[in-house]
Design a protein around this ligand. Structure first.
Ligand SMILES: [Zn+2]
Length: 212
């Protein structure tokens, strides 16, 4: 569901642009609101959420889908942890639909989907692994990399239950906004994918804004 935000970017506590292919890993406090902006359109922000108090508690696609009875994420979707607790709620969304089924790109899936010669190309999973290794303060490792949300990505379910990677429905300046119910570690891989037509083979920057 399309819903515009009432928050004013002039009042923002923090904002940063994430270059295509980079990651962003920060704590967003309970009560804060995080906005992710698709600056140039049809970019995928592959995102994981963890409880800052206990990173073993993290975003669960399975629990979120079951609790809301819908496979797509948009305004009103409450993101549920593997412990069944509400982590964040999507409070505004000008894109209208976000995927949490397709998973993230990895060098292995690039080989399967595109070409054996693509193995060396940078993938979201590499960005996440780099993030956890460069942030030892969170005491996380490869084992903590689990299922994610693909903000701005369009992965419609076919009539017979299949997954299809379709052209994006996002556009320059579209955003999604989430209010945190607990202190959360947010880990975004701004997807570096160069082989998927859904971003026109052109990964682009996204922006994050946080309001207290
Ligand atoms: Zn990716």
């Amino acid at each position: 569901m399309i819903k515009e935000s009432l928050l004013n970017p002039a009042d923002v506590a923090y904002r940063e642009t994430i270059a295509a292919g980079d990651y962003w890993m920060k704590v967003v406090r309970a009560g804060d609101t995080l906005r992710i902006v698709d600056l140039e359109g049809n970019q995928a922000a592959d995102t994981l959420f963890y409880s800052a108090a206990n990173p073993a508690e993290r975003y669960s696609a399975v629990d979120t889908i079951r609790e809301q009875g819908n496979v797509y994420l948009t305004t009103g979707s409450q993101l549920v942890s593997n412990e069944g607790n509400p982590m964040l709620t999507i409070v505004a969304d000008t894109c209208g639909r976000h995927d949490t089924l397709g998973g993230a790109c990895a060098t292995e899936s690039n080989q399967v989907r595109y070409d054996l010669g693509k193995h060396h190309m940078h993938a979201c999973r590499d960005s996440w692994l780099l993030a956890v290794s460069e942030h030892p303060e969170f005491a996380m490792s490869k084992r903590d990399i689990t299922h994610n949300i693909n903000f701005f990505m369009n992965v419609p379910i076919t009539a017979d239950g299949g997954l299809s990677f379709a052209d994006g429905i996002s556009a320059p300046g579209k955003y999604v906004e989430l209010t945190a119910h607990m202190d959360v570690i947010v880990l975004i891989s701004n997807c570096p994918q160069l082989n998927n037509p859904c971003n026109a083979y052109n990964p682009t920057p996204v922006e994050v804004l946080v309001w207290h």
